[in-house]
Design a protein. Structure first.
Length: 164
């Protein structure tokens, strides 16, 4: 009986530990280790591609009206910073990849997009809202975090992270 109780307690503590780890949201100053990601276009981007480069990461959803307003601004940033060290990765939290693919195609967005995954949830923790945007420096440290829609000038200003 004591053994069963001990096993149950260990299991409960493990579950609570995982839940608290997922409940913590990444904040400025935290270090994020980006996983390999499979983009919606089928390409796989290895984690090594992000090493030493600043990365703008946005979490969004096709049903989010604030994402619909911010994503054209992010597309403009992506277009403007191509060829610089600044990388852009967007993460759809939609339930089905087809929803995200249709959304991107309908709006003409070409920035790299992936679906949310267990690995990304472990890296970033719980969402606080949408859109949610992070800027990581070349060492993976969160140097900026924004929850909610950003205006044109604020998104455009993210280009500064791609300058030497």
């Amino acid at each position: 009986m004591m053994r069963a109780w001990r096993v149950a307690m260990i299991w409960l503590l493990a579950v609570l530990g995982m839940a608290s780890a997922l409940a913590h949201a990444a904040e400025v100053g935290d270090t994020i280790h980006l996983p390999d990601v499979r983009l919606l276009d089928g390409r796989t981007v290895p984690a090594s591609q992000w090493a030493g480069k600043p990365v703008v990461i946005e979490f969004w959803a096709s049903w989010c009206p604030f994402c619909a307003l911010q994503n054209p601004r992010l597309q403009a940033l992506y277009d403007k910073t191509r060829g610089t060290t600044l990388q852009v990765l967007t993460v759809s939290i939609d339930r089905q990849p087809q929803e995200a693919v249709a959304y991107l195609k309908q709006r003409g967005h070409t920035f790299p997009a992936t679906m949310d995954s267990d690995a990304l949830r472990r890296a970033f923790g719980a969402r606080k809202g949408l859109p949610e945007l992070y800027v990581l420096d070349g060492q993976g440290r969160v140097v900026q975090k924004e929850v909610g829609e950003m205006i044109d000038d604020d998104v455009a200003a993210l280009a500064r992270y791609g300058k030497p």
